[in-house]
Write a protein that binds this ligand. Structure first.
Ligand SMILES: [Zn+2]
Length: 83
């Protein structure tokens, strides 16, 4: 049993332990960390990472131990959004 201890603080639904891809933006740089354990709300999709997991992703990013580099397209909504 590995149930999350608390329900989603956004919508109150249950959380499920999943492995996610965590994206962090620092200034104009985007960092992607894969295989990150998180509790994900089954209803709204809100993702909850433990403080230890967040710390581990920070440490990994700062280590510069890059697994791979991906091209990431950037969209600017303001140009196409209805006014
Ligand atoms: Zn939720």
């Amino acid at each position: 049993m590995n149930e999350a201890q608390s329900p989603c603080s956004v919508c109150g639904a249950w959380l499920r332990r999943e492995t996610i891809t965590f994206t962090q933006t620092i200034r104009d740089s985007v960092y992607i960390v894969t295989d990150v354990p998180a509790d994900v709300c089954v209803q709204c999709g809100e993702q909850y990472l433990s403080p230890d997991t967040v710390g581990a992703t920070q440490t990994l990013i700062e280590s510069g131990d890059v697994g791979e580099t991906r091209q990431v397209p950037v969209y600017r909504l303001a140009a196409t959004a209805p006014s």
